[in-house]
Design a binder for this molecule. Sequence first.
Ligand code: ATP
Length: 360
Amino acid sequence: MNNSSAVLILDKVSKSYGNGLAVDEVSLNIRENEFFALLGPSGCGKTTLLRMLAGFETPSAGCIYLDGKDISPLPANKRPLNLMFQSYALFPNMTVRKNIAYGLEMERLPESEIRRRVDEVLSTAQLGELAERKPDQLSGGQRQRVALARALVKRPRVLLLDEPLGALDKKLREKMQLELKRLQLESGITFIIVTHDQEEALVMSDRMAVLDGGKVCQCGSPTELYENPNSRFVANFIGVSNLFEGVRSGERTVRVNGQELTVETDAPLIPGQKVAVVVRPERLQVLAEEGDDYCANRVTGNIVEIAYHGLDTNVHVQTALSDKALIVRVPSSQFEFAHFAIGMSVRLGWQARHARVLTR
Ligand code: ATP
């Protein structure tokens, strides 16, 4: 990893509460102007990690460096990091403008500078017309933007966001994901966001770390993690996966329930090693009766379920490769011509390069 552009370095940071380890030797480099997501299931340690960065918790071990300096001795209010809570905690009796200006007034900045910076942020967050309203006269999405504007106006080196879209409904969440990304790009501030929503992390982040049991399982770009998960946990946590449990039988083969699957892997060959093969639903194809020889892997099965999702339709096919039915994603625009029906026998195929081997 390129250390030179790192704003924040976490070096083997741990946090224990009594006998429990909430964060376990987490090492991460977070870069300048990066939108970084900490992703994981409930209780994996995301919030604890964020609170340690903000200075609300002290690490039990390890160091946190901001611009090369150890920030452990600094109390929360002296750190150039700003934490935006899930509950926006806006002052109900103050206007939007006053809410945003509050932090700068506490710093006793000159009035002219406060006005200039607040106007600038009001414009970036598209709140200009709402500046004189009070929080209870705003929608959920608008309140969220005020909270963001209030954090951005202080120009933190890093903005920490704990489930910032958690309170919004699905449609608004999707809109705000793009807005958050735009605000991050325009402000040039490094954002670290905590979320348990993998789709949100995929859409917004430049890079993300998947956590489980206080440890980082994998860190990389959304495409790296989706296309090349390093473990069953990451493959299952991010997106939908078809997993086949088998044993390594050759350099590029895995035997699954008596059938040899051709795979692509860099993992060294340990014959007989128990591994899993992962294939994403959009990589599986429904093959015609004959031909389609370009698919190295083929299997037949019966359709057990058809789930329409609007844009796509998921066809669930029971095969001999796993107990769980395989999920094949077919664009709904093609679907109407295919005449699939529950109980129908189909042949599925996929290419070796879309079958990744997981050793963990
Ligand atoms: P969620 O998505 O549910 O908020 P999380 O990934 O943010 O979960 P944390 O809140 O960081 O998880 O908690 C990690 C672990 O540490 C959990 O097992 C939790 O019970 C424990 N924990 C967190 N704070 C404390 C505390 N103050 N005292 C004792 N245990 C705690």
